[in-house]
Design a protein around this ligand. Structure first.
Ligand SMILES: [Zn+2]
Ligand SMILES: [Zn+2]
Length: 132
């Protein structure tokens, strides 16, 4: 799904339709969020987007694409975090994985990247974290 920053509409493109534009955008600015031509208004202002599974708000990624390696070293938010309700599927998935490893006694908190540790602290503060 794509969301146009100019006319605020969403639309979908098939992979085949989007690929040439995505390739071009990546060549122009490799670490920037790609902008595609909006099929509604014609401006090159459409960015990849998705709908929050919780509240349905449109989520667009960050303007600068972080290095895959450093993505969890920062302060967040998670790339798919909803600005409206704060939900992030990615964070939920990671926290599920952490809980599982914890149950198996395989978790080393010290080895978790900062962003994940903070997500755990947040969950604890909200009472959404069970140690057992
Ligand atoms: Zn548009
Ligand atoms: Zn939401």
């Amino acid at each position: 799904m794509y969301y146009c920053l100019s006319c605020k509409q969403t639309f979908t493109l098939s992979y085949k339709e989007a690929a040439p534009q995505l390739r071009e955008a990546a060549k122009r600015a490799p670490r920037k969020r790609p902008k595609l031509k909006c099929i509604k208004c014609g401006k090159v202002e459409a960015v990849p987007a998705m709908k929050c599974v919780k509240c349905g708000a449109i989520i667009t990624g960050p303007e600068e694409i972080p290095e895959p390696k450093s993505i969890f070293q920062g302060t967040g938010p998670f790339p798919d975090e909803c600005k409206k309700c704060g939900y992030s599927q990615m964070r939920e998935g990671i926290l599920r994985g952490v809980r599982q490893r914890m149950k198996q006694g395989k978790l080393d908190m010290e080895k978790l990247p900062p962003m994940v540790r903070r997500a755990i602290e947040d969950a604890k503060a909200k009472g959404q974290w069970e140690e057992k």
